[in-house]
Design a protein around this ligand. Structure first.
Ligand SMILES: N[C@@H](CCC[C@H](N)C(=O)O)C(=O)O
Length: 248
């Protein structure tokens, strides 16, 4: 099987085109395995759709299905354009969280995110206030003075208690800095798109950021999140790493 590997702000994905929906959970685990497979945070399968350019199946590295992935939404838009599945530098596709519209400009891809749901602003854990926000998938978000220290054991406890990804963020020098413990990878990843958007949403609602902010995840890559005409928008570069024939 031929697969394409992408990195989007440090989140990495294996992707391929298929014709029919299937349970590809075991395949996702094998392909995403860092030693015995291709190695990735997630698998994206692009499938035909009668109304949109395509629809996707998204799997985390542990084989679990997730409704949305902000970084993969940008990478798959680039992939679909190259394959001729999307046209005119635009991709419109169906995810478990709803329809994503992406604009592709070379390697720079911007996704219009699905409308978020702020589930709770009143969660108190480990001496701080967390907001539970669904920005496509659920994120528990705390804002701190600095994010140098991220207690992964505590994040793991919260991840299971709330069945959410866990994010800490800080605003510094007109930019937002974000670290995310990801569900389904079960560790901190180099970046998480829906996590960056969820952090922006909380900071924006609290008046800590302007309508458009540079955002830096753990990888150090520069992205932006904005709130324009009622839409949260997430943009940055994607990297097509390689195309390979797998024997898995
Ligand atoms: N890395 C993604 C989010 C992928 C899904 C997440 N791990 C979950 O299971 O909720 C992103 O860039 O948004």
């Amino acid at each position: 099987m031929t697969v394409t590997k992408y990195s989007a702000s440090g989140n990495d994905f294996v992707m391929f085109v298929a014709q029919k929906k299937a349970d590809r959970s075991e395949l996702a685990k094998k392909l995403c395995h860092r030693q015995n497979g291709v190695g990735a945070d997630g698998l994206v399968v692009v499938l035909p759709h009668p109304e949109y350019d395509f629809e996707w199946e998204f799997y985390n590295a542990d084989g679990s299905v997730a409704d949305m992935c902000g970084n993969a939404s940008r990478a798959v838009a680039h992939f679909a354009l190259e394959k001729g599945i999307a046209k005119d530098n635009k991709a419109e596709f169906l995810t478990g969280a709803g329809v994503i519209r992406a604009t592709i400009n070379g390697l720079y891809v911007v996704s219009d995110m699905v409308p978020p749901d702020i589930i709770s602003q009143e969660i108190e854990e480990y001496g701080e206030n967390w907001w539970l926000i669904n920005s496509g998938v659920p994120h528990l978000v705390a804002v701190r003075d600095n994010i140098d220290k991220f207690n992964i054991e505590e994040a793991r406890v919260l991840r299971h208690k709330y069945n959410a990804n866990i994010d800490i963020c800080t605003v510094k020098d007109d930019a937002l800095y974000v670290r995310t413990y990801e569900r389904g990878v079960e560790d901190e990843t180099l970046a998480c798109g829906t996590g960056m958007v969820a952090c922006f949403i909380r900071c924006h609602k609290e008046g800590k950021v302007s309508d458009k902010m540079k955002v830096y995840p753990t990888s150090g890559e520069e992205l932006y999140v904005s709130y324009e005409e009622g839409v949260y928008r997430f943009g940055g570069k994607v990297t097509k790493t390689f195309v390979a024939e797998t024997l898995i």
